[in-house]
Design a protein around this ligand. Structure first.
Ligand SMILES: *Cc1c(COP(=O)(O)O)cnc(C)c1O
Length: 358
């Protein structure tokens, strides 16, 4: 069976070598040697100044919203994974949806200002499929209206924009290291923040608010990454270049062989060094998508409908009509994309799709 992705598993021996360090110290969580080593390697790898490794990619969103959202209205995108909006509601903030750009699939920055009210505190946007939002314009809007910017950069490992890591943009950026993501620690994630004072607050927030063993800076939660997770990250990290270049070959094959007369693909923003994290295609109708999905499923191929439904349509999220996001959600399908996807399988996927849409 071929799924939308396949978790990259490093050689077991290399993973074990890291685990041995934890065994020897009998230290498996609370920011041990391995979490510290992973953070320091990621800083170098990504060229960033602050990183906080976390237990998953959702808790850093919650921490960011707790620190910056302050119970207000959060301008956000309806086209993302559920975690983006759910974190807003979970933190007792109110999501205010703004529709997406039809080609970039990120929040349409030209519609943000119209959604700002006196209760707005923050803009929380997703760099969908690793495609950067219009970070310059969003920064200007935020500055003008005195708002914070949080980026859900869950899909963005190794994405560079204008020569630097996309994690450098926004007041806080977050990433997911879930097993289905490009770089992973099984479960895991990270928070990035250039402002050292804010990074410090995020740090204590992710560790119950502890100042030291007996005193507290303030309210916190448990968002710590464990040594077992960090061991996986350390074992996977050396393979990232290989993983990405192998994915690039799959993407190139799709790009050159799929029949784009009846199919659209995402437009990657200029000045982006993309990470080949997903291969979304947009069909002319949901009917075509369902037909293609059925044909692929019958052949043992399981693409995924990222992201369906449009988040504004969920009853517990209550957004107004978002025409573009709703249309894209119904017609977009992510094709299988992972490091060692076999050429014969890619060929088969392309043939099945092209036959169905001609
Ligand atoms: C995967 C994902 C998350 C959640 O990350 P977890 O590590 O699974 O908690 C959040 N936002 C987006 C856009 C995602 O794709």
């Amino acid at each position: 069976m071929i799924h939308v992705t396949k978790t990259y598993l490093p050689p077991l021996e290399e993973y074990n070598n890291y685990l041995k360090k934890a065994w020897n110290k009998k230290w498996i969580t609370n920011r041990g040697e391995l979490v510290l080593e992973l953070e320091s390697r990621l800083k170098k790898h990504l060229g960033i100044s602050n990183i906080l490794a976390t237990s998953n990619g959702t808790v850093p969103l919650q921490i960011a919203l707790k620190l910056l959202g302050k119970g207000g209205e959060i301008i956000t995108t309806p086209f993302s994974y559920i975690a983006t909006s759910a974190a807003i509601v979970w933190e007792h903030c109110t999501p205010v949806f703004v529709d997406i750009h039809p080609e970039y699939l990120c929040i349409d920055e030209t519609q943000i200002e119209a959604a700002i009210t006196s209760k707005t505190t923050t803009i929380l946007a997703t760099h969908v499929f690793g495609n950067p939002c219009n970070v310059e314009v969003i920064k200007k809007i935020a500055k003008k209206h005195n708002l914070y910017v949080i980026y859900d950069a869950a899909h963005c490992f190794d994405v560079m924009y204008k020569g630097q890591s996309i994690f450098n943009y926004g007041d806080i950026s977050t990433c997911s290291f879930h097993a289905t993501k490009l770089f992973h620690t099984g479960e895991g994630g990270a928070l990035f923040c250039k402002d050292t004072a804010l990074a410090q607050k995020a740090f204590y927030s992710h560790n119950f608010g502890h100042k030291d063993l007996l005193s507290f800076h303030g309210l916190g939660i448990n968002g710590k990454m464990s040594e077992l997770q960090a061991a996986m990250g350390l074992a996977v990290l050396p393979y990232m270049e290989k993983i990405i270049s192998s994915r690039k070959q799959v993407v190139n094959y799709y790009d050159t062989h799929l029949d784009f007369s009846n199919l659209k693909k995402i437009k990657i923003r200029k000045n982006t060094q993309w990470n080949y994290s997903y291969y979304p295609v947009i069909f002319d109708s949901e009917k075509t998508l369902l037909n293609v999905e059925k044909v692929l499923n019958t052949a043992g191929i399981f693409p995924r409908r990222y992201f369906y439904p449009s988040l504004n349509t969920l009853p517990f999220l209550k957004g107004g009509k978002m025409s573009i996001s709703e249309k894209i959600s119904k017609t977009i399908l992510c094709l299988p994309l992972y490091a060692d996807l076999e050429l014969c399988d890619i060929r088969n996927i392309v043939t099945l799709i092209n036959n169905e849409i001609c």
